[in-house]
Write a protein that binds this ligand. Structure first.
Ligand SMILES: Nc1ncnc2c1ncn2[C@@H]1O[C@H](COP(=O)(O)OP(=O)(O)O)[C@@H](O)[C@H]1O
Ligand SMILES: [Mg+2]
Length: 493
């Protein structure tokens, strides 16, 4: 219980960690770029609006200054007043005419006349540093009302332009305009932009959630089926979808699962085959034993025959167990193989010598055609088992009086060992199976000759362990030829 819940929690954190990473990355990228875009865009809009306002105000101020300058030069108060009033009305603001001493001479709102203005823009123009100046101010409440007019408390823009008379500069014209409404609309634009971007960010978040879900789903699915497999269900597969790495992962996973399943099946089959093979002689023996036991007055002759048969069954059992042990030992111990120089010519002679009595017993001719002195790297005992099993089969599956030829020669740097017989042969459809464990073409015949059906699978495995290859050519009723090709360096090559 504890482990299960721990695994679950861990999996949840792991799966969600990828998800959260994707989510965070997506959100940071989208959010950040939109924040930057929003700042830039509002800045741009503000600059544009300000610039337009500045240019407009400056132009109008310049025009008014040009219009009023000649009257100021000529000291014509009536004309000055009229010109200023008309312009101020058209410009929707307040105009003040300031002399070279910085004193307000005329003011369209009248109340500043005779005052001295300490405005930076005015001073700049009066002392000749600039022909015109522009500035935006957030004055205090008192100054706002004083400069902007009664009850005004917002921001103000000051546009100043020089006035020239016949003998040079004679003063400056100040245009005071209320720009609070402009600032307000700027604020509105800014807010609108921000809300649009917030909306986009929320959409991005939702999209990221969605995306991370899609991206992590195959991984979650895969780990779910892996967990199932861990519990013993080897038939589960993950769905292969989409493309790219995840698809490849799913495919590889499925390949591995199929391989495992196949392995599991082969093993189960092997175990059941082995049990069956062991059971048959045991059953036979039990029947024979019981017959002997419950028939005390059985003729001595018959009793001996039963004993002999039982002995034969025991031999068979021993043979199967020995072969099984050989197989399992090879499975577990592939590195325990010796690497020694083996004289294959001598070994082949030896095997022929060992099996000659068996062949002679059946009137068969066992011949060798062996190139002398051929060596290879390998495990002598195991190489011996290969040659022995194959030659033994040739004898077993050939009729009395048959002919068996064993040959060894070197071809293209490789050792080629062959055994040919003129025996029963192997049907084409059986040829691909004879190297499987317990596979026999003719069960009854194999049993008669004491075979276990494991010989060729052992041979195949040993040949592979030596880096070699085994092939069979056979025609039913005409004979077979088994051919083994070994690299001279053995498994190392
Ligand atoms: N030289 C051969 N000629 C005909 N059939 C053969 C020959 N060698 C092997 N076989 C077939 O392949 C089967 C498997 O061989 P093997 O694994 O050695 O088992 P067995 O113990 O039956 O000899 C044999 O049962 C036989 O049917
Ligand atoms: Mg055999």
């Amino acid at each position: 219980m504890v482990t299960i819940s721990r695994i679950r929690t861990k999996r949840f954190f792991e799966a969600s960690s990828i998800r959260w990473k994707i989510l965070l990355a997506f959100f940071v990228i989208v959010g950040l770029s939109f924040a930057v875009a929003a700042t830039n865009l509002t800045g741009l809009v503000r600059d544009y609006l300000f610039e337009q306002r500045t240019r407009e105000d400056s132009l109008l101020t310049e025009k008014a200054a040009l219009a009023v300058a000649p009257f100021f030069d000529a000291a014509d108060p009536e004309k000055i007043n009229q010109t200023l009033k008309e312009n101020a009305q058209a410009m929707d603001g307040r105009l003040m005419l300031i002399d070279q001493d910085g004193k307000v001479q005329y003011d369209t709102l009248l109340d500043m006349s005779g005052h001295r203005l300490q405005l930076q823009e005015v001073l700049q123009v009066l002392n000749g540093t600039a022909e015109q100046a522009y500035g935006i101010h957030s004055p205090g409440e008192k100054d706002a009302a004083r400069m902007g007019g009664s009850e005004y408390s917002g921001q103000l823009a000051y546009s100043v332009h020089a006035m020239d008379g016949e003998d040079g500069q004679i003063g400056a014209l100040l245009f005071v305009s209320r720009i609070q409404s402009l600032m307000d609309s700027l604020g509105t634009v800014q807010w609108q932009l921000i809300s649009v971007f917030v909306l986009i960010a929320i959409a991005a978040l939702v999209l990221a959630l969605f995306l991370s879900q899609i991206l992590t789903k195959p991984i979650t699915e895969m780990s779910r089926s892996m967990r199932k497999m861990g519990k013993g269900d080897l038939s589960v597969r993950v769905p292969v979808r989409g493309s790219g790495e995840l698809r490849e992962l799913a495919e590889n996973y499925n390949t591995m699962a199929a391989q495992l399943e196949r392995l599991d099946k082969t093993r189960n089959q092997f175990v059941s085959n082995a049990s069956h093979e062991l059971k048959t002689p045991l059953t036979t023996m039990k029947i024979m034993l019981e017959t002997v036991m419950y028939q005390p007055d059985m003729p001595e002759e018959l009793r001996r025959e039963f004993m002999q048969d039982m002995n034969h069954e025991i031999d068979r059992l021993t043979g199967i167990v020995t072969d099984l042990l050989t197989l399992t030992r090879m499975d577990g111990d592939k590195n325990g193989m010796k690497q020694e120089a083996v004289d294959m010519s001598a070994l082949t002679e030896e095997v022929i010598h060992m099996l000659t009595p068996a062949a002679e017993k059946r009137g068969q001719q066992l011949e060798g055609s062996i190139e002398p002195g051929l060596h290879m790297m390998g495990d002598r005992a195991r190489l011996n088992q290969i040659l022995y099993n194959l030659t033994d089969n040739a004898i077993k599956y050939s009729p009395d009086g048959g002919k068996i030829t064993v040959s060894l020669r070197e071809e293209q740097e490789k050792l080629v060992w062959r055994v040919r017989d003129n025996g029963v042969g192997i049907p084409a459809e059986d040829q691909e199976h004879i190297f499987e464990r317990f596979y026999r073409v003719d069960k009854a015949r194999s049993r008669e000759t004491g075979g276990t059906g494991l010989g060729l699978s052992i041979v195949k495995q040993l040949v592979t362990m030596h880096g070699g290859e085994i092939t069979v050519h056979s025609e039913p009723n005409r004979g077979s030829e088994f051919k083994v090709v070994f690299p001279r360096g053995g498994a190392a090559e």
